[in-house]
Write a protein that binds this ligand. Structure first.
Ligand SMILES: [Zn+2]
Ligand SMILES: [Zn+2]
Length: 228
């Protein structure tokens, strides 16, 4: 699978995933203009679909533009409702534990724990026979896939870098700390993992080099920090 991070932070998220046959966008949290530019105009005409995890603007900014450009968008019912586009014929509602086929990708929707309804994805490519786990904006990942080749996972903050107060409380109940990310990675079978991508690092509460080093040390796998 070809995995490209176009944006990854609280300012915007977008990832382009392709197996050579099917190309999907996961998240569309940057402007439509930037989406087009950063994908060299693969968006919107040459993608098969867009998947969204939840309604927050840093994941959904271009949703309306994509729908209107004729792109099938898959998200939870609550996400479309919050964005006011439930009636759009390109808006495809998905459910936790549901199974969906998009071209040569088979997708299982996973439940995430955020401060609004949020899902993750477990994606299999029939072309490459590889599995991708995608999980962000969550303080807990329940699913433990037994077979995974690529992991895209949030590592938002290091609690030691977060000041006491309201924001700290919100973070703990909505995002993944590096400790939670590490604990999760240690709890699953990493035997077939080729690469781990760390997503959605907080500008103020994370340390790129340290996060990368920690995850590499804990897993023995190549780690890439998704570019902002
Ligand atoms: Zn976010
Ligand atoms: Zn969010």
């Amino acid at each position: 699978m070809n995995i490209q991070s176009l944006a990854s932070s609280s300012k915007g998220n977008a990832y382009l995933i392709s197996d050579g046959n099917t190309t999907i966008l996961i998240e569309c949290g940057i402007s439509f203009k930037e989406l087009k530019k950063r994908t060299n105009y693969v968006v919107p005409s040459n993608i098969d679909a867009c998947l969204l995890t939840h309604q927050h603007l840093d994941h959904s900014k271009s949703l309306k533009d994509l729908l209107n450009a004729g792109v099938d968008c898959y998200a939870l019912k609550e996400t479309f409702e919050a964005k006011g586009v439930s009636d759009h014929h390109r808006a495809k509602s998905i459910e936790f534990n549901g199974f969906y086929a998009i071209g040569t990708f088979a997708i299982v929707v996973l439940e995430m724990k955020h401060d609004v309804p949020c899902c993750g994805f477990y994606i299999h490519s029939m072309i490459t026979d590889e599995y991708l786990l995608f999980a962000t904006d969550t303080y807990l990942i329940k699913a433990k896939p037994t077979l995974v080749n690529y992991i895209m996972i949030e590592a938002n903050y290091d609690i030691d870098l977060v000041e006491d107060g309201v924001q700290r409380k919100r973070l703990v109940q909505s995002h993944m700390s590096i400790e939670t990310t590490l604990r999760y990675l240690r709890s699953i079978d990493l035997k077939f993992v080729k690469k781990i991508y760390l997503m959605h690092l907080s500008a103020r509460h994370s340390n790129e080099e340290e996060f990368k080093r920690k995850v590499q040390a804990a897993t023995g796998k190549p780690v890439e920090i998704c570019a902002e």
